[in-house]
Design a binder for this molecule. Structure first.
Ligand code: NAD
Length: 489
C-alpha cells in the first residue's frame, strides 16, 4: 500500500491463541525478513500489564514455541515493535484511545486481528468504524467460531460487514495455512497425471480423517455448545473436501479459487431425517485411556449428562457430474488412538485383472499430520523366479516432504512453520485467497444445519466409545455397509 506504514493491531494480545500461535508466528516472520522494517505491532487486551511486562510475556511465549529456531537478535528487534494498550474493547472510547496511539491514520495500513470471542466482534468493529479506522486499505482478520449455525453466522458476519467490506474481511481457517493443505492445490493442478482420473469413473471413494488424541480439557464450556460437527467438520473438514473436489479454477486468484470451493459446498447432497441414520455416526468418549492418560469420560468431566458429540463421521455425496455416486467419508473426534490428519483417495479396481485377485486397486494417501507425506500404492511384480506365472506385490511410491526439503542439508528436518505464519503474512499483504469467503461459511452451515436438524428430528444421540478407540461402532458400520470398504486405520 504505497508509502503507508503497516500496523498490526492484535486485539486479545494476552490470550491463549495469541501466546501459543500468533506472537510466535509474527516473531518468525520477523526473523525470516517478511516483516517490513517499519511495521508496528499494537497489542490490545483487558489486562493492564504495561508494555514492558506484556512484551516479557510475549518473549517467553515465543521462546517456548520456537525456542531453538529463534535468534536473539530477532527477539530484541521484534520486542521493539510492540506496544501494549490496556483497553476494554467493549467500552465506548477505545477506538479514540487507539487512534491517539496510532497517530496520523491516513498514513497507515492497518490489519486488525480479533483474537477474542466473536460476541465482541460487533462492539469492537463499531468502535473501529466510529474512530474512522475501518476505511480501506485497513482490514480485519477474524477467527472461528463464525457462529454455531447459519443464523448466528449471519449475525456475526453482519456485525463485521458494517465496518469492513467483504474483500477486507479475512476469515481464518487455520487448516488453509498448512503447507500440505496448500500442496493439495499444487498436487492436483500442477500435475497432469491425477486430473484425468480425479472423478467418479476412476475413484471408488475418498476418506478424510482428522483424529485428535486429546479430550476437550479446558474448552469444555465452549465445546459443549458446539460438538465435533460444528467445531471441526463445518470448517476444517469441509475446507479439505472443497480443495479435493473442486473443479480446476481458471487462475490461482482468490475469487477464482473460492468460486470453485463454494460450488462444491452447494453441491453437497442434503442429509435428512430419511438417511441420517445411514449417512452419519455420532459418538461421545467414555472412560478409557488416551493421550497417555486414563480418561474419566466426557460426561464425567462435565459432571452432568450431555448430548454433545465428541466424534462425528459422515458419508457425504457431491451431486455433480464429476462426483455423483462417489462417497466421501469424513470423520473427526477427540480421545482417538492417534493424532493424525489424512486423506485417502481409493481408486477403483482394474476393469479386468490378468493377475486375478492379486491386483489391488491403487490408493493415494496424503498425510498432513503427524508427518507430511504423500504415497501412491502401486502394484509391482514381486521380484524373483516362480515356476508358474508372476506374483504381484503392492509397493508405495512415496514422497516425504520433510526429506525432500531438507533445506540446510544438515540431515535435520526443516522447521515446521506454524499455519498462522502464512495467514498473517497474507493478511499483511492483503492477499485473501487462503481465507474463507462469507458465501463459503454460509453454504457450509446450510449443509451442517440440515444434519443437526435431522439428528434432532430422529432423536439420534451420540453413542459412547471408550476413550482411545476410533469412535463408536456406528462409524465402522457407516463405511463397511458398502462394498468391502474400511477406514484406513
Ligand atoms: P482467551 O480468553 O485466552 O483470550 C482472550 C483475549 O481477549 C485476552 O487477551 C483478553 O484480555 C482479551 N479480551 C477479552 N475481552 C476483552 C475486551 N472486552 N476488551 C479487550 N480485550 C479483551 O481466548 P483465546 O483462547 O485466545 O481465543 C480467542 C479467540 O480465538 C476466541 O474467539 C476463540 O474461540 C478463538 N480460537 C481460539 C483457539 C485457541 O487455540 N485458543 C483456537 C481457535 C479459535
Amino acid at each position: 500500500n504505497g508509502a503507508r506504514q503497516p500496523v498490526f493491531v492484535l486485539v486479545g494480545g494476552t490470550g491463549d491463541l495469541a501466546m501459543r500461535m500468533l506472537w510466535p508466528s509474527l516473531a518468525m516472520l520477523d526473523q525470516d525478513g517478511f516483516l517490513s522494517s517499519d511495521l508496528r505491532i499494537i497489542s490490545v487486551a483487558r489486562e493492564d500489564c504495561g508494555t514492558d511486562v506484556c512484551v516479557d510475556r510475549i518473549g517467553e511465549a515465543v521462546q517456548k514455541r520456537v525456542g531453538e529456531s529463534l535468534e536473539a537478535e530477532t527477539l530484541s528487534r521484534f520486542r521493539k515493535r510492540i506496544v501494549h494498550l490496556a483497553l476494554d474493547a467493549a467500552h465506548d472510547d477505545w477506538g479514540d484511545k487507539l487512534k491517539a496511539e496510532l497517530g496520523d491514520i491516513d498514513k497507515l495500513d492497518i490489519v486488525f486481528f480479533l483474537s477474542v470471542s466473536p460476541s465482541l466482534f460487533k462492539p469492537i468493529c463499531e468502535h473501529i468504524e466510529r474512530a474512522g479506522l475501518s476505511k480501506a486499505p485497513n482490514r480485519v482478520v477474524i477467527e472461528k467460531p463464525i457462529g454455531r449455525d447459519l443464523a448466528t453466522s449471519k449475525i456475526i458476519n453482519d456485525s463485521v460487514a458494517h465496518a469492513f467490506d467483504e474483500s477486507r474481511t479475512f476469515r481464518i481457517d487455520h487448516y488453509l495455512g498448512k503447507e500440505t493443505v496448500q500442496n493439495l492445490i499444487a498436487l492436483r493442478f500442477g500435475n497432469i497425471v491425477f486430473e484425468p482420473l480425479w472423478n467418479a469413473q476412476s475413484i471408488d471413494h475418498i476418506q478424510i480423517t482428522i483424529a485428535e488424541t486429546v479430550g476437550v480439557g479446558e474448552r469444555l464450556g465452549y465445546y459443549d455448545e458446539y460438538g465435533a460437527i460444528r467445531d471441526m467438520l463445518q470448517n476444517h473438514l469441509l475446507q479439505l473436501l472443497c480443495l479435493l473436489a473442486m473443479e480446476p479454477p481458471s487462475a490461482i486468484t482468490s475469487d477464482a479459487l473460492r468460486d470453485e470451493k463454494v460450488k462444491v459446498l452447494r453441491s453437497l447432497k442434503p442429509i435428512t431425517a430419511e438417511n441420517v441414520q445411514t449417512s452419519t455416526a455420532r459418538g461421545q468418549y467414555g472412560p478409557g485411556f488416551a493421550d497417555g492418560h486414563p480418561i474419566a469420560g466426557y460426561e464425567a468431566e462435565k459432571g452432568s449428562p450431555s448430548n454433545t458429540e465428541t466424534f462425528v463421521a459422515i458419508k457425504a455425496e457431491i451431486a455433480n457430474w464429476r462426483w455423483a455416486g462417489t462417497p466421501i467419508y469424513m470423520r473427526t473426534g477427540k480421545c482417538l488412538p492417534s493424532r493424525s490428519t489424512e486423506i485417502v483417495i481409493q481408486f477403483k479396481p482394474l476393469p479386468h485383472s490378468i493377475f486375478g485377485a492379486e491386483a489391488h486397486a491403487n490408493r493415494l494417501l496424503i498425510r498432513l499430520q503427524p508427518d507430511e507425506d504423500i504415497s501412491l500404492t502401486l502394484m509391482n511384480k514381486a521380484p524373483g523366479l516362480t515356476s508358474e506365472g508372476m506374483h504381484l506385490q503392492a509397493l508405495d511410491l512415496s514422497l516425504s516432504l520433510i526429506k525432500a526439503f531438507d533445506g540446510n542439508g544438515d540431515g535435520k528436518p526443516p522447521r515446521r512453520r506454524i499455519a498462522y505464519e502464512r495467514l498473517i503474512l497474507d493478511a499483511l499483504n492483503g492477499n485473501n485467497a487462503q481465507f474463507v469467503r462469507r458465501d463459503e461459511v454460509e453454504a457450509a452451515w446450510t449443509w451442517v444445519d440440515g444434519i443437526v436438524q435431522a439428528w434432532t428430528d430422529t432423536h439420534m444421540k451420540p453413542q459412547m466409545y471408550p476413550a482411545g478407540t476410533f469412535g463408536p461402532v456406528s462409524a465402522f458400520r457407516l463405511i463397511e455397509r458398502e462394498g468391502g470398504r474400511t477406514w484406513n486405520d
